[in-house]
Ligand binder design. Sequence first.
Ligand code: NCD
Length: 368
Amino acid sequence: MSSTMAHAGTDANPPSHEPAGLGPHLLQLHGLGAGELRGVLARARLYAGHDADGARDPSGWRERLAGRVVANLFFEDSTRTRVSFALAAERLGARVVNLTSVGSSVSKGESLVDTALNVAAMGVDAVVMRHRSSGAPHLVARALAQRAGDFGAGGLSSAGSGAGVPSIVNAGDGKHEHPTQGLLDIYTVAQRTGRLDAFDLAGLTVGIVGDIASSRVARSNIAGLVTLGARVVCIGPPTLVPRGLASLGATLTSDLDGVLPGLDAINVLRIQFERHESAGAPGPSAANPGLVTGNVIASVREYHELYGLTVARLRAMKPLAVVMHPGPINRGVEISSEAADSVQSAVLAQVRHGVAVRMAVLERCLVG
Ligand code: NCD
């Protein structure tokens, strides 16, 4: 796998000339227009049961992707995202096949692109993929396009993409993007702030606190939130909030307490020790809660004091401020248990909305 992965890039800047959108593929939110985002979010509203018309008739949903096959191709660990995509596909009537690097030929050295081409050649309609390299799904989408003849419309696949080439849906690529997480976070902000009618987030300020440097969730949040009119503030120590993020349209600060009273929502991120330069070395664990590797924070305790979302900080926020976290949560590090379980917490609502958003995305990519 290594030679191909080298082309995929290792940082948060995959090739910029790649197609962005909700055509057959969903590779990233950056570059998508407000209309495209609102279209898919409005569709998710139906599947989440929030449609104002009450037009929710699940009986026909299984027809929408009947006969289609969605392959989950996860080269990194996942709990929520993989299950959520599987449930979303099944609720629309698609069949789901699961492939992980453990137990597949990836562990025998097969390249990412070869694995993806082989899965595609079996006639799947969509490949939902997660990979530790930024740009990996873009690389696969390009390779599939170059080999389109091998997946021609007359072939086994009945792909909704028309050409017989499967849709690629990015379920997280390195530090780059996690577009469906961005969409479900945006959906949650809109739902909790009463903006489901038009998904217009003008006038709202959303904070993102924590390890933004390593976070694909943050990049997708920033792209989508800014496009829909929200103001985004990235908060954390300078080691975790690189100045270049300002070019994405966010403002940056290390003063959490200074900005808290002005926030309508806050998205709290885990410190992603496994993505730091010391990757491979262990981060904090239940057995060693204070263990810190790398140089991004001095200690977990200090980090919690300066940037942890505690109950005291929650009280400093607006009473209806929305507390989000993409999971997995490290309680007592980036967020206290009391804050994670508070009435303002939308953590489980995010997970629920995730299925609806992924139904909308799969439908959009596969049948337009
Ligand atoms: C995130 C991920 O894997 O990118 N989790 C998720 O998909 N819900 C965030 C993380 O790993 O911290």
